[in-house]
Design a protein around this ligand. Structure first.
Ligand code: XMP
Length: 518
């Protein structure tokens, strides 16, 4: 497998995760400064951290108090590695406590905005920054004294030692969160740490990511053949384009056209990959098989199961024709790598990823996106020349429109939904909101209602419009779309899509709802 380490620059900045919701954000901010960063568990010893040859170490925040039993600790050897160390929030409290400062329960925690007053500018909070500036806090315990040898560069009303550093030892700490947008000078502080304390160079660019990945893929695959299942989504598309860049005609892609994709999407996949990218593509037109198997099926879990199993069977049939393929390309992303095993996997729906790995197939995996966040995957896609419609495509469920049609999935009902869905997406794009909403789509319900069009009574089906904002699909809020946009969507759907006589807007957040309807 092409591992993150193989693709990464030799000297990463390691973010030690103490259970913070912000650890990923810290890593992303470091990468935005063009320095490669990875998240590592706090259980690693100083020797294990040193073995990764870090250019710097950032200690993340965390939910615990340093005073409670079982609070996560850092191997104190880390402070003697001679590598720059920056503690943030809980990380700052660890630095204070471990090196002889004081962390107290003053009962004066701070949450949200606070005003930082600069006492004595240093390397991180420097002289170019305003003497007072807003910072974002979220702490219960308070650092009341910095360790001996440290200069306190700034304080807030609730935390006298909110920023402190020891230039000689290359250790600094910030009680507030420099990684969030609410700390306006936070990115500059992180960059001071990276460039002035750790001596990093801003060389981690998308072009360098591609160059390194291509070399790693070539080293892994050699002269063998690889296959990749394209779903039409961003991740498999970028993974395929990257592998193609590395091994050209040794890659064959398989695209299973289920007939359950959005309007024109199947043709677009073929057009993009076969014609523009010149990738060898097996296009399996499988809509008839899907409709046949789904006939009469209305239970959501049954539908998901049928669609998932049929995908695997068809993929296996297609892949079986490429008998000499040894490698399977997958679009696994960094958040999946970090969270696998740690995420609380309460199963709400049996998610099936088109492009998911058939369990009993014997392939070695090529996972060229394992070290990347979603926005970085998009940037790589753009750099590789993939079209904006694919690079900026919204998430789409593996079972496709099959789980957006309540009740039986038939060719007519799919055509109706594709038509309404295309209107929703056209109007949202026309209003310039496509990238603001996480997902926007139509759902076809199987109930009927009475209406009147012209002088005629109608008895038709409703379309449900769903648009949500979200960061990661774990939680979501319904999008506050402008009324006039909703009105245009409604009147166009009723005017243009036969059989639809009512449009409703779903105003349920997740939880308690889910994003999809089935
Ligand atoms: P829910 O409906 O669970 O969806 O709130 C969360 C996110 O996952 C997408 N989704 C799927 N993605 N296979 C996928 O690859 C699936 O079976 C599947 N079901 C839902 C959904 O579109 C949303 O972004």
């Amino acid at each position: 497998m092409v591992t993150a380490a193989q693709q990464a620059p030799d000297r990463p900045v390691l973010v030690v995760d103490f259970g913070a919701q912000y650890a990923q954000l810290i890593a992303r901010r470091v990468r935005e400064a063009h320095v490669y960063s990875e998240i590592v568990p706090h259980t690693l010893t100083a020797a294990e951290l040193a073995a990764r040859h870090p250019a710097g170490i950032i200690l993340s925040g965390g939910p615990k108090s340093v005073h409670v039993d079982g609070a996560p600790r850092l191997d104190p050897g880390v402070y003697d590695l001679g590598v720059g160390v920056l503690g943030i929030c809980y990380g700052a409290q660890l630095v204070a406590r471990d090196l002889g400062g004081e962390v107290a329960r003053t009962g004066r925690g701070e949450y949200g905005r606070a005003e930082l007053t600069v006492n004595e500018p240093g390397v991180i909070v420097d002289a170019a920054m305003p003497g007072t500036q807003p910072v974002w806090m979220s702490h219960f315990d308070t650092i009341t004294a910095a360790p001996p040898g440290f200069t306190v560069t700034g304080g807030t009303p609730g935390c006298p030692a909110a920023a402190f550093e020891d230039r000689d030892r290359r250790i600094a700490a910030l009680q507030f969160h420099p990684e969030v947008a609410h700390t306006p000078h936070g990115q500059a502080m992180l960059e001071h740490f990276l460039f002035d304390v750790c001596g990093c160079e801003p060389t981690w660019t998308m072009a360098s990511v591609i160059e390194r990945s291509v070399a790693a893929i070539r080293a892994q695959v050699g002269t063998e053949r690889a296959i990749c299942a394209l779903s039409g989504g961003v991740d498999s598309a970028v993974a395929a384009a990257l592998v193609h860049e590395a091994i050209g005609p040794q890659l064959t892609c398989v695209f299973v056209d289920t007939g359950l994709m959005r309007r024109d999407e199947g043709e677009q996949v073929v057009e993009t990959f076969r014609r523009h990218q010149g990738i060898e593509l097996i296009h399996v037109r499988a809509a008839d098989r899907y409709f046949e198997r789904l006939s009469g099926v209305t239970d959501p879990e049954d539908k998901r199961k049928i669609i998932g199993e049929l995908f695997i069977r068809i993929f296996e049939e297609a892949a079986g024709g490429i008998t000499d393929a040894r490698f399977l390309v997958q679009g696994t992303l960094y958040p999946d790598v970090i969270e696998s095993g740690t995420r609380d996997a309460a199963r709400i729906k049996s998610h099936h990823n088109v492009g998911g790995l058939p369990e009993d197939m014997e392939f070695e995996l090529v996972e060229p996106l394992r070290s990347l966040f979603k926005d970085e995957v998009r940037a790589v896609g753009e750099e590789l020349g993939l079209p904006a419609e694919i690079v900026w495509r919204q998430p789409f469920p593996g079972p496709g429109l099959g789980v957006r049609i309540i009740g039986e999935v038939t060719p007519d009902r799919v055509a109706t939904l594709q038509h309404a869905d295309a209107i929703v997406r056209e109007e949202i794009a026309g209003a310039g909101l496509e990238r603001e909403v996480w997902q926007a789509f139509a759902v076809l319900a199987d109930l009927r209602s009475v209406g009147v069009m012209g002088d005629e009574r109608t008895y038709g089906h409703p379309i449900i419009v769903r648009a949500v904002t979200s960061e990661d699909a774990m939680t979501a809020d319904w999008a506050r779309l402008p009324y006039d946009l909703l009105e245009r969507i409604s009147s166009r759907i009723i005017g243009e899509v036969p059989g639809i006589n009512r449009v409703v807007y779903d105003i349920t957040s997740k939880p308690p709802g889910t994003i999809e309807w089935e």
